[in-house]
Write a protein of this length. Sequence first.
Length: 478
Amino acid sequence: MRAGRAGTSGNRTLVALVVTVFGYALMQTVVVPALKLLEVRLHTTPAASAWILTAFLLSSAVLTPLLGRLGDLYGKRRVTLAVLAVYAAGMAGAAAAQNIGQLIAARVVQGAALALVPLSMAILREALPARRLPFAMGLVSGIVGAGAGAGLIVGGLLADHLSWRYLFVLGTVLAVVGLVMAALWVPADQGGARGGIDLPGTALLGGSLVAVLLALAKGPSWGWSSGPVLGLLALGALLFASLMAVERTKSDALIDVAELKERPMLMTHAAAFLFGTGSYFFYLALPLYAQQRPGATGIGFGSSVTVAGLLMLAGMLAVIPAGMAVGRLATALGPRWPLAGGFALITAGSVLFVLAHDQKWEHVVFYAIVGAGTGLVMGSLPKLIADIVPLARTGTANGLNNIARTVGSAVGTALAAAVIASADAPRGATPDSTYTTLFWLATAAGALGVAVAFLAVRRETRASAPVPSPAGQPQSTK
């Protein structure tokens, strides 16, 4: 009877976290189809409207490691509820924004929500028995990928048929629902990490990330060889080097330098970076191709924003079952194969896009292959981290992994923007060679991911060992 109640409690916790993470994942991309509309409605410039995405990205990168550390120190449930409350306020503020400045400020507040992903992984590791962890982590990871893709469809529907404010009304509702479910069903915990908040480390990491991400975001418009961009990149490198030097001397460091010296952890972060980079080639290329009117070039489908998103639907749906299958595949084949297989599928789908992409069915089928690979990669990363780090550092380590993916996304976005700009074609007439280049870049990211995957696993992992409970006792796997 007690086991039954524990199982029910675990199921409720999983449902609450899935809803919570889906709300964040959906809203990270839902504004993408509406950027042009927001530019018109708020009477602003393309450069200013780009900050709607850039501000969210920078805020996420700075706040995630700090919030992950707070969860490890003071309790994941407590920090999760606080993040959801702040996120809901940020969404409500965006819905009520009267100008571009207010909207960008609200997006900065919303950036705290990226921390929900590593916090959820840490909660699952404490709340569920070891035998259920791969399935649960795979499901939550799959929701992140599927929600990000679904945001393109939902954003298109709302932008096509309703006011842009409904984008953020939807986000507010999802945040409040997630807050209520988490308050009811996520169990309390007391943290467990030792030490305090590494304020110098947080400041150095935040400064480094802001400098690098700002350079990547503004590189296409300022010029990659311009003084400001090169200066920001140099500043980011200097701050990161200072961070590594400072963290070596601290017992409560935000970044455990010893962990980064271990090849599996370093390669797991590298895999997240490559995944983030490759994903955004598709996020930018596929909707752009679908919406482009054939005209004189004969390139594109001339689809609406909504239809462009629907062409990616099969790939988004494939993410969730693939992520849920990671645990079984790891048990049957070994822990490195789901990650390697995921990148292999992404590579295969990218090559197919290189060879053919002028029919709608090709977009549907080939992106479904990419989506299956995406689910495997996203389901593998938190599982690999759980095999490497102690329980008390789960939130922090997953937070850093999400930052690696975020930086990769910024790199992918910047590279894609540079490739599109280099075509020097009239607006709405991007040549076919540009799309082919983007698909080749996605292929390269996937192939590098396959190579990295085989280095991201210890020779002897703890995947089959019972995961310690917060009290230090093994959880039952029965």
